[in-house]
Each structure stands twice: as C-alpha cells, then as structure tokens.
Design a protein around this ligand. Structure first.
Ligand code: IVH
Length: 675
C-alpha cells in the first residue's frame, strides 16, 4: 500500500535529517505522529510490515548469547603518536615508503591526509546487502566479533536501509558512543538505584551494546559515527566519507583534508581546544593517507596500517591538595590506596579521589597527606596521581603506611613477597563479599539487585557468597525493606533466570583476577569444544581444576600471567565450597562446538603464504586459516593444498608451480574467506 511506503519514507527522511545532518525539518510531535500513523497501519495490515520499517527497530526477542561473526577483513587497531614529533616521524615514513622524499628546500607538495576525530566508543561493523542492513557486529578480537544486529538496529542513527539501493555487500565501520550528557544521566540514575557507576562513556556504551535484551539497548541514547567501508569503490578517504554521508550514514562533520604534517598538527590543536564542547568523548585525532592507492602501497605491519596513525590528546591534568590517603578494599580483597583530594576540575569533571594503585606507587611518588599533587584523567574517568610538586617543603607529614588490619573488617592484612598487592586475609570480610556480590549480580545481569538489596541480605546473614543468592526464597525477599510483593517477585524471577546464563557470563561473575569478558569467552569456547554442549558447571570446574597453565596458554588469546592466575584460583581450596555450591544451582548455556570442519573452504587443508600480502600480515592470514580448521605451513611440499601468493613471491611460488599446487592471490583468498 502506498501510504505505508510514504510514511516510512517520511520517517526515514526525518531520521536522516535529525541524526545524520543534525538539522531536523519537522518537530518531535510531528515525528511521533508519523510513527504512530505507521504503527497503526502496520498493526491493521501486518502484511505491510517490512524488516527495514522504522517500527521494526526494537523487534527482536532477547537473545541468549551473541553469535560469533567473522569479519570480511580484520578490524585493525592504530599505532599511536603522542606528540608533534611523532606525527612528523609518521609523515616522514609515509613519504619515504611512497618515494616522495625530497630535500626540504625543494619540497613542493606534501602528502594529503584526512584528519578525523578519534571517537572514544566501541568499534562496530555494519553489513549492508543491496542497501539493507543485514548484520551488525562488535569488533571482538578483530577477527571474530559478536552478532549484535538486534541491538544496533535500535540506534536511530543507524539506517536500516541506505538512501540508495547499492548493489552487493558493503561493510561499514564506525564507532558507537554515548553522548556525555546521556552518560551523566545514566550514572545519576544508577547512583539513585544504588547500582555501580560506569567509569566512562565508553564502558556505558559497551554495556548497552551487549545487552541481551535489545529493549535495554534502546533505552540508552546511543549514537554512531562511521569512518570507513569496504565495498564502496572510491579513490580517496575524503570521497569515502562524502559517499557514506550521501548514503545516509552518520559521518562526524569535523573531518578535514589537509596537506603535510604541519597542517595535521594544526588540526589536532584546534580539535583539542574545543574538546570539552563536543558533547562526546574524543581521545585524539586519526590521520589517514587520503589516496586509497597509496594506502594499498603502504600496507600493514602486524595488525596496524602503515597509512594511518592515532594522534592522542595529552591527558587532562590539574593540581590540588591531598587531604587524606585511605585503603579501599576491592572484591578480591586487595587494598588499594586512594588519595582524597580537595575537589578540582580536571577536563570538565570534578575530581575528589584519585587512585594511587598500590604501595609501591605511593613510595615511588612519595606522596603524603598535605602534599600538592598533579592529578590526571587519561582515557578513563578514574583519575590518578602522577606527581608530587612540593615534596621539598618543610614540615611534611610522615610516609603513608598500609594498614596492618583491614579497614572494613579488622581482619589481618597479608602480603606475599612476590606480589605488589596487600590483601585482607579474612575470607568473610564484608567489603570483599559485598564487592564480590556486586560484581556477580552485574556480570550475571540480575537486574534490580542493587547495593540496597545486597547490603540487606548480607546484614541479615542470608547471603555470604554469591551462590547463596540462589537459595533466597520469596518470603525472604518480601521481608526486605523496600521490597513489595511485586518487586520481590521480579527480583526472584531474575535470580532464577540467571541460573541459565551463558558460560562466559558465569566465568566472569566468579571474579577471578584477570578473567574478564574476552578471556572468559575464549575459555568458554575451549571448554565447550572439549566437554561438549551438555557439560554441567561441575564438569567445567573439574576441568579447570585439572588444567595446567601450559595447557591454557596454548589457547590463542591467553597469556602466561592470565593462565597462571586462573589455574591457581580454581585450584585454591578456599574457593572449593563456593564453587561446589554454585555448581548445584547454575546450569549455564554452553557455547556451541565450533563447527568449522565441514563448512570452511580451508578445513583440513594445508596452506602456504608467500610474498607480501596487502591487507593483512602473514601471521594474521595464517591465524585466519587455522581458525577455519586449516593448517598454515611455512614451506611448499607435495602435501600443500594451496599457496597464497602476495607481491614479490619467489622460490615458494616457483616450487608450487613445479609441483602443480594450486596458487591464488590475495583477492581470491578474500573471496574464499567470504564463502
Ligand atoms: S580508523 C585501520 N577512524 O580507534 C583503521 N578508527 O585504534 C582503523 N576509532 O578500533 C580504524 N574513531 O574503534 C578510525 N575516525 C576513526 C576512529 C577510529 C575511533 C577507533 C576504532 C578503532 C580504534 C583504532
């Protein structure tokens, strides 16, 4: 029916004007009226609903976990420059590699660069096929991300359909972020509900984007800026940005095409000066060689392009006085010295406390109560003390000492010789337990279990470790202050639902040092491959107790320190009772076994790379093949199935031809990856 299409077009136009052009032509009321009219029409005629209708932004049911998505080309990271000298060095390198160095006095033309803001958010990939959004994914480890399509669809600045019916597949990359005002509002609400605060807008955005329930993502005021794309045929980065904008995608308007290092440095200084007024987090500028042909010639080293660099803004600093130094007990029992400061403005926010990290750092800085210090806010909102400025004045206080008794429970504080940390040794220290409980309910997504709730169940002796949460009865919950029948019952349901959370969440929730989201996902996959999809939590814990650091380290993405901490933690007899209890209550959803074998074109194949690849390093390419079930080998033999030859391939290529082994180039390799 024509009117549905018309309404849709009008709404999409309004979205584009509002979110992409930042210049709305209709009022919010008019917009709502259009949306309501379309909703009514679609409710009466469900056959008119199209997947890219603006009414379908929040439509998908909550998903249990996120499906892994392999990126067409890896999502890379950038090298950093921290001062003007490093930017000049970058420019020099680019000119040298492109053969455009000339004595300064003869220098006629510099390199053209596109300068953009480096948005401090979360990198995502949006896939459009024939102009329609079909998939959205997180960056993940750069090679494999998570399918968060349903969540990204709720972001109004993400077009569900491009303004032009483009042919084939386009992969657009950008940064999802939370405007500073929305971040502050979110934290105010969380403080009122007694929930832990987000450290910075990036964390808040990351949390929103990975919500299992898209309705929760929709509640946050997320937006996006896009900055690159594969599948659009344009000769320069600046034309790419223009093209992306014309397609209806949101491009940050602050970009500029400049020539030479001096103009890059000037651009960065201007952006730095207006940083606080931007309304969104920016941690520097990104400098990119404009000509795509030159980008291709420059190529990559490891996982970073040689044609781009992130020029980071200097950290924000201010000076103030230290009023006190206190030890704060964290969830693992570690005592962290924290400086209580005379309030001071640092880069737009008021800072009252700053971390001193540990006792070694307190000694290194020689910071004492009464000192004037420099505090700094780097990428995170958690500020730190970086220097004492009046250390030689007369009448300074004494050196600060780590307390010998825990400030929370008065239990003994212990210190191992080989460790920096001091810990409260009392296993039932309420601070430790409280933090641990808070971390557990956060990671397990038990909504409504804020600090107000946790402190009550702790004080009443109902819960001493996180596993006890599952023993709480409806009667116990309704007996809590401020928990009426309805809210108690909601909370009860949420706790019950948490019993079946995905394994990675459960692993994060345990609060093992170094076991964060990324590592947990890697380990969950490893366990699923090893134990199968029906494994119980008990089997999981047994397996982890039986593993060695060496075995864990053999899993890509797990380093020696992480491997050691994890194995030690699971083997620690002090955790045994808690883990046994938890295993009785929780039956996590296991990830699916990796089904690479049949589907992948590389399964069981032996592949050799030779010459220089343009779009990835040889290590990355080999890793890709291995992750798809193939074998990457260094030399060509009769057993080799495939040789991928980059530029300058030599003897291995000759040998392959001699033996009649199939040889392909990188474009063909990309095509195979896509199948
Ligand atoms: S270009 C190979 N442009 O910074 C080129 N990245 O350290 C890769 N980012 O993961 C990225 N704003 O999340 C590019 N205008 C911008 C950016 C930007 C933010 C993030 C992005 C990337 C990280 C690179």
């Amino acid at each position: 029916m024509e009117s549905a299409a018309k309404l849709r077009a009008a709404i999409e136009k309004a979205n584009y004007e509002y979110h992409v052009l930042d210049s709305p032509t209709i009022s919010d009321e008019q917009y709502d009226a259009l949306l309501r009219a379309l909703l009514r029409l679609e409710t009466e005629h469900p056959e008119l609903v199209t997947p890219d209708s603006p009414t379908q932004r929040v439509g998908a049911p909550p998903s249990e976990r996120f499906r892994p998505v392999r990126h067409v080309a890896p999502m890379l990271s950038l090298g950093n420059a921290f001062d003007a000298g490093e930017v000049r060095a970058f420019d020099q390198r680019v000119r040298k590699l492109l053969g455009r160095t000339e004595p300064i006095e003869h220098a006629t033309s510099g390199i053209d660069y596109v300068c953009e803001l480096k948005i401090d958010g979360l990198a995502v990939n949006l896939t459009y096929v024939d102009g329609r959004l079909v998939e959205g994914a997180t960056r993940g480890d750069g090679t494999v991300g998570e399918d968060i399509t349903a969540n990204l669809r709720t972001i109004k600045a993400v077009p569900l359909a491009l303004r032009e019916r483009t042919k084939g597949r386009i992969d657009v990359r950008g940064e999802v972020y939370l405007p500073v005002r929305s971040f502050e509002a979110t934290n105010r609400e969380r403080a009122e509900r007694g929930e832990p605060l987000f450290a910075n807008p990036r964390n808040a955005a990351a949390g929103a984007v990975r919500q299992v329930d898209p309705r929760k993502t929709a509640e946050r005021d997320l937006s996006i800026y896009v900055y690159s794309a594969a599948g659009l045929d344009v000769p320069t980065q600046h034309q790419l940005l223009e093209r992306l904008k014309a397609l209806g995608l949101r491009v940050n308007p602050k970009w500029r095409l400049v020539t030479g290092a001096d103009e890059v440095i000037g651009y960065a200084a201007e952006r730095h000066a207006e940083r606080e007024e931007l309304g969104y987090g920016v941690d520097g500028v990104v400098v990119k060689v404009d000509a795509i042909a030159d980008q291709e010639r420059l190529g990559y080293v490891a996982r970073t392009p040689r044609w781009a660099i992130a020029y980071k803004f200097p950290a924000e600093q201010a000076t103030t006085a230290v009023e006190d130094i206190k030890a704060y007990v964290g969830r693992t029992g570690v005592l962290t010295p924290v400086a209580w400061l005379a309030p001071v403005q640092v880069g737009g926010t008021t800072v009252k406390r700053a971390t001193l990290h540990n006792l070694d750092e307190v000694r290194r800085l020689d910071v004492r109560v009464g000192d004037r210090v420099v505090v700094q806010r780097a990428g995170d909102v958690i500020p730190e003390v970086v220097a004492v400025i009046d250390a030689d004045r007369a009448g300074r206080g004494d050196q600060w000492q780590m307390p010998s008794r825990c400030p929370e429970c008065d239990g003994p504080v212990e210190h191992r010789e080989d460790e920096v940390a001091y810990r409260c040794a009392n296993p039932s220290c309420p601070a430790k337990q409280g933090q641990r409980l808070g971390h557990f309910v956060g990671a397990m997504d038990i909504e409504g279990a804020g600090w107000a709730f946790l402190s009550q169940v702790q004080d009443r002796g109902l819960v001493s470790d996180p596993a006890d949460l599952f023993d709480l009865t409806m009667d116990q919950l309704t007996a809590l202050d401020r928990y009426a029948e309805k809210s108690a019952s909601n909370l009860y349901q949420r706790i019950q639902a948490a019993r079946e959370q995905p394994l990675a969440r459960v692993l994060v929730a345990l609060g093992v040092p170094h076991l964060g989201w990324t590592t947990s996902e890697v380990i969950a996959q490893w366990l699923a491959d090893d134990l199968g999809p029906k494994a119980t939590l008990r089997a999981v814990f047994d397996r982890l107790r039986a593993t060695t650091p060496e075995e864990l380290q053999a899993t890509p993405g797990i380093g020696p320190i992480v491997a050691r901490t994890i194995t030690e933690w699971f083997a620690d007899p002090a955790e045994r009772a808690f883990l046994d209890k938890l295993a009785r209550h929780v039956r996590p959803a296991m990830p699916e076994r990796r089904a690479v074998a049949a589907a992948s074109p590389f399964a069981g194949k032996s592949v050799v790379f030779t010459g220089t690849l343009e779009r990835r390093s040889r290590e990355d390419a080999e890793e890709l093949v291995r992750s798809l079930g193939g074998k990457a080998s260094g030399s060509v033999s009769k057993k080799t199935d495939l040789v991928v030859a980059g530029s300058g391939a030599g003897t291995k290529l000759d040998k392959a031809k001699q033996l009649g082994v199939a040889v392909i180039d990188e474009d063909e390799f990309d095509r195979l990856l896509r199948t």
